[in-house]
Design a protein around this ligand. Sequence first.
Ligand code: HAM
Length: 430
Amino acid sequence: MKIRSVKGTADILPGHQAAWRAVVDAAATALGRAGAGRIDTPIIEYAELFERSVGESSDIVVQKELYTFEDRGGRELALRPEFTAGVLRSFIEHGMFTLPTPVKLWTHGPLFRAENVQRGRYRQFHQINFEIVGLDTPLADAEAVQLMWATLSGSGLRGHGIKLGSVGDPEDRAAYNQYLRDELTPRAADLTPVSQERLRLNPMRLLDAKDRGDIEIIAELQRPLDRLGTAARDHFEQVRGYLEAWGVPYEVDPGIVRGLDYYRRTAFEAHYQGIGAQSALGGGGRYDGLLAQLGGHDLPGVGWALGIERIIDALEQEAANDAASQIAESPTPSSLFLVPLDDEAVADAAALAHTLRAHGKVEYAYQRRNAGKGLKDADRSGASHAALRGPDERRANTWQLKDLGSGDQREVGVQDLVDLLKAGSHGVMA
Ligand code: HAM
């Protein structure tokens, strides 16, 4: 019997790698230029890290999405379901509070949540994650949103939109939660079990309900943005002011609530219509208090994460004008396929390929080919050029270079092949 991949996990096949890399490169450029340092944290952490950070009413806890296991030493470990907790754990462990603030960190990699699998919702998925630690000014929130926007635009996407809201300060949240409790407790029996659990633990999370009946019940109620305290409202208006000044398009969403409990004040999401029900490309917000909750100094923070699978799904929808998919599908400008026309030329081709790979992408036929078959192999490999060698070329120490686009052919030496690859090397992929 064939062994298949685990449901909700996926292979990233060679055909998708270029688009994948274009997205990560766009993030590296946008975030690196903003002064963010790249960090990598382990995939496994103590389960307690997430139990203490994501919140008891988060989807991850309520819907039991954390993959936990006990190792042979009896330690309770977990596969990370998000980056923020691990990045902050690392921040504390490595004394980064001594660094000049703000500390800006970014990362990307795989995450794990035991989700109900559907389009855009997987059990192993990947994020790009960005955090700014140490700034409580609204300017930091606005910059975080701007960088999320810039990362998506830089990856070639055009149709994305930002939704901006605020979940208020802890006092505002408590007052809003009390308001929801007062309104909804009499009707609790009409809510789904998940919403009943949310009503008990953190009523605000009810606004994320997906069930039509639940949505109808809460439709008439006020949103967190309608009930902000003065400080949170002022903060929110300042974030808006910056975004408007910079021309970052966004729309206000008064009911934005996030799936994780640690947010305060600013909350935002990036969306894309046309990739199914899971339209959120990413989300984030301010999380003052979280660092202290994890045993660190009481430094404020703001950050976000973008889901790579969903960005690629969106890019594919925009394929016509999509740089990433053009990179994925077009052959590289100058790459070479060497065709040995006799047995002796096989060794020549192998040796030359190993030398030429210092300058670009070079493949070769591993056995003697006639010219027709060799050119077909070259075409299939996606190379821009083929170089053929038979007894005549060996005697002259040359190759017959054929441009597979134009069909032009000329006899060249090794240096010409080096020059060809060098000229096109900007587009040659590893
Ligand atoms: P999140 O909203 O849980 O936030 O996830 C951010 C993005 O990751 C989502 O919008 C989505 O694109 C992607 N994502 C989440 N779960 C899945 C899944 N099961 N399958 C595919 N994609 C998924 C966070 O994770 C926060 N840590 C973000 C943050 C950073 N807040 C502050 N700093």
